[in-house]
Design a protein around this ligand. Structure first.
Ligand code: IMO
Ligand code: MG
Length: 331
């Protein structure tokens, strides 16, 4: 029987540090699952000062938990095996990884179409995500059950305490994001139910954001002129804001608190984690956008108080936790 479900998801444009939170709390769960996206995601964790990355396998694997790739996910067979072999070499138990037979398979043709038609125009990650989901919707896709042997396939059972690890984020969601500069899956926490549980089981809705905004790829909200700003460039360097899937330099902007509050309301976030505060501290500029205006602060303490005050005033979020880049999140 399912005891409870908690959901980690992004409140911005991806790359908020979802993997870090997932790794920090996975030990308290029986199963960790991904419900959306595929190798377009890049989840980074630090364990004993060593950096590990996954793209399609949930971070539960780092805490020895059964790690499920759900029916709403897409995966490329060779890339999946490469990720398994990387984890195996680093001493993690890949026998814990299972794939839903209903997950869809990204083919080389999907990747070629993405690279030739979408990457330049929309700034996709070039992983074949949109063409794969398009074939799924056209009901001509290949599924995991068609290509994997039985020992890799998940029997669909969920038991105990379940942690769901989202990929991408609210503003990349196919329905609610900045269309067409979005991904092709449903990133909202409600869509985690596609794993096969009732929404009644959901307890914590754990939203993850950063103390500044970033966007990987094209988006009119993030004009390329942002790269001309000296302080924002310092944030890129200090925060190492380069795509973990694509290596691209991300576009960075000051935190848009109005968008963050909107994302919290839309998704029903109950607790909020704001990452990378140490980056602003090393750059020494404390600034955000609120009600369309740039607001400056003397230091990080005043900035955090401002954020807390307006979020608590306008949303149902009870708990707000700030953390730095590398340290284990205090979740
Ligand atoms: P995580 O899980 C940041 C962005 C791409 C592009 C748009 C569409 O690490 O937060 P796609 O390849 O999905 O068709 O690209 O979505 N994007 C991400 N940006 N982090 C991600 O995942 C992303 N996954 C997709 O840059 O703008
Ligand atoms: Mg990413």
């Amino acid at each position: 029987m399912i005891k409870s479900v908690d959901i980690i998801y992004g409140l911005a444009w991806g790359d908020e540090g979802k993997g870090k939170i997932s790794n920090a709390i996975a030990k308290d769960y029986d199963i960790v699952c991904r419900w959306n996206g595929g190798p377009n995601a890049g989840h980074t964790v630090w364990i004993n000062n060593v950096k590990y990355k996954t793209h399609i396998i949930p971070c539960g694997i780092f805490q020895d938990k059964p790690s499920i790739i759900g029916p709403g996910c897409v995966l490329h067979v060779d890339k999946f095996y490469q990720e398994l072999s990387y984890l195996n070499k680093n001493g993690f138990d890949i026998g814990l990884v299972k794939v839903s037979p209903k997950a869809h398979i990204i083919t080389d043709d999907h990747i070629e179409y993405d690279l030739n038609n979408l990457k330049g125009k929309l700034g996709t990650t070039g992983q074949g995500i949109a063409p794969c989901y398009a074939d799924k919707m056209l009901r001509k896709g290949k599924r995991a059950e068609d290509v994997f042997s039985q020992n890799f396939l998940w029997d669909g059972e969920l038991k105990g305490r379940i942690l769901c690890e989202g990929a991408q984020s609210v503003w990349l969601d196919i329905d609610h994001g900045d269309y067409p500069y979005v991904t092709s899956s449903s990133t909202m926490p409600y869509s985690a139910c596609s794993l096969g549980f009732s929404p009644k089981k959901i307890e914590r809705l754990i939203g993850v954001a950063k103390i500044y905004d970033t966007k990987s790829g094209v988006d009119p909200l993030f004009p390329e002129s942002l790269w001309e700003d000296k302080i924002l460039n310092q944030i890129i360097e200090e925060g190492q804001e380069f795509g973990s899937t694509t290596g691209r330099k991300r576009l960075v902007n000051w935190l848009n608190l109005d968008k963050l509050i909107a994302a919290i309301k839309l998704s029903g976030c109950t607790e909020l984690y704001i990452n990378k505060c140490d980056v602003l501290e090393s750059v020494g500029t404390f600034r955000l956008k609120y009600e369309g205006q740039l607001v400056n602060f003397e230091d990080i303490v005043v900035m955090k108080d401002f954020i807390k005050y307006y979020i608590k005033e306008q949303t149902d979020v009870k708990l707000i936790n700030f953390s730095g880049s590398k340290e284990h999140a205090n979740v």
